[in-house]
Design a protein around this ligand. Structure first.
Ligand SMILES: Cc1ncc(COP(=O)(O)O)c(C=O)c1O
Length: 387
């Protein structure tokens, strides 16, 4: 009855634990949630006001399927200013969140069996989107270098059917980054092997300890091979508004636009106006969030390493801690899933188990610190008290 394509998608490993958390909350239990991948901040007022204005001015109809020209122009200016990427309107597609940018791209580039190289641990959706687009995921185990991808790892993983490599720095779920020098070496490999690169930069502004994000799309020699994916979702606390964008070679962006025109059409007209204000209005909300995440990162790093059985390497960016919790395993609690269930039932603490992030993360859980400091302090106390 079902297509073979859809049967390749697995239910999200986070769903089971989330469903259980919701069930417990319904029963009146006090559950602290550290599973979500979104800032706990409100969308800034100037952005909300822009959306209200759009409604009042009747900007409520279809727009160009690929996005409004002024938003594309704002993306171009932002890329020039912050990422040193040169782009023209023809290189930009506005999408329904970063996720649709990735989906459109895989649909446009992949033939059955084409290989996508995914550094692992990885964000759960990559491999499922590849599967539904009939590509084949090949995971690159990054454990040997503290979850930081190296050019050597890419070189060793590449095969004649490798078509795309995904880069995600800072990373969800590990919080680790790939340094500029390593990215430059990866760029050489991509050029030599005609490998497309997808640089998923949704956490670009959340980098700590003086580390700076480098956009591989700024290397001019790669202009026919790199796609830079981003969204207003995390940067401006706008996860629900669903606006993202992708920038890359004109001919492929154009085909992605055709696909979008026959599927979702334009991203919401009102949300596009809000995203325009986000990119062109005051930018101070980003620094406010980044400073707060840094404070929380520092606290979580110290506090988690004092929990018996926990080992947390310092996250360099994003807003996730990815501790190794194998020191807590025993006869009854044999893996990350058991541990996650135990935390939820005994401590009322919801985190994400490794299953969402690939085999190399199997001794880990993901704990999002995009929650209030008060909840974080209490959550960690509760974990300590049951171990
Ligand atoms: C690494 C990564 N890329 C892309 C996305 C998608 O973001 P959006 O909500 O804009 O679709 C997420 C969201 O969690 C993410 O973590």
């Amino acid at each position: 009855m079902l297509s073979s394509r859809i049967q390749k998608i697995k239910p999200s490993a986070t769903l089971a634990i989330n469903a259980k958390a919701i069930e417990l909350i319904k029963q009146g239990k006090d559950i602290l949630k550290f599973g979500t991948g979104e800032p706990d901040f409100d969308t800034p007022q100037n952005i909300k006001d822009a959306a209200k204005r759009a409604i009042d001015q009747g900007f409520t109809k279809y727009t160009a399927a690929t996005g409004i020209p002024e938003l594309k122009e704002a993306v171009i200016q932002k890329l020039k200013r912050d990422n040193h990427i040169e782009a023209k309107t023809e290189n930009v597609l506005i999408t329904n969140g970063g996720k649709q940018a990735l989906f459109n791209l895989f649909m446009t580039l992949l033939n059955p069996g084409d290989e996508v190289l995914i550094p692992s641990p990885y964000w759960v959706s990559y491999s499922d989107i590849v599967a539904v687009c009939e590509g084949s995921s090949k995971f690159i185990d990054t454990r040997s270098n503290h979850f930081k991808l190296t050019a050597k790892m890419v070189e060793e993983a590449i095969t004649p059917t490798s078509k795309i490599l995904i880069l995600n720095s800072p990373s969800n779920p590990t919080g680790m980054m790939i340094e500029k020098e390593e990215l430059e070496k990866i760029a050489e490999i991509a050029l030599k092997n005609n490998l497309y690169l997808i640089s998923d930069e949704v956490y670009e502004y959340f980098c700590y300890d003086g580390k700076t994000h480098f956009s591989i799309g700024s290397l001019p020699e790669l202009s026919e091979l790199v796609f830079t994916v981003n969204a207003v979702s995390k940067t401006y606390a706008m996860t629900g508004w669903r606006v993202g964008y992708i920038v890359g070679p004109e001919i492929i962006i154009k085909k992605m636009g055709y696909l979008q025109s026959h599927s979702t059409s334009n991203p919401c007209s009102i949300a596009q106006k809000a995203a325009l204000e986000a990119l062109t209005g005051p930018q101070d909300s980003i620094q406010i969030m980044a400073r707060e995440f840094l404070k929380r990162r520092n606290f979580v790093f110290e506090a988690m390493n004092q929990i018996p059985g926990f080992q947390l390497q310092k996250p360099e960016g994003a807003f996730y801690a990815f501790p190794d919790i194998s020191g807590c395993f025993n006869g009854q609690m044999r893996n990350s899933f058991d541990f996650t269930e135990f935390l939820l039932e005994k401590a009322g603490v919801a985190v994400v188990p490794w299953g969402a992030f690939g085999e190399p993360g199997k001794n880990h859980i993901r704990f999002s610190y995009a929650t209030s400091m008060q909840d974080i302090e209490e959550g960690i106390e509760r974990i300590k008290s049951i171990l």
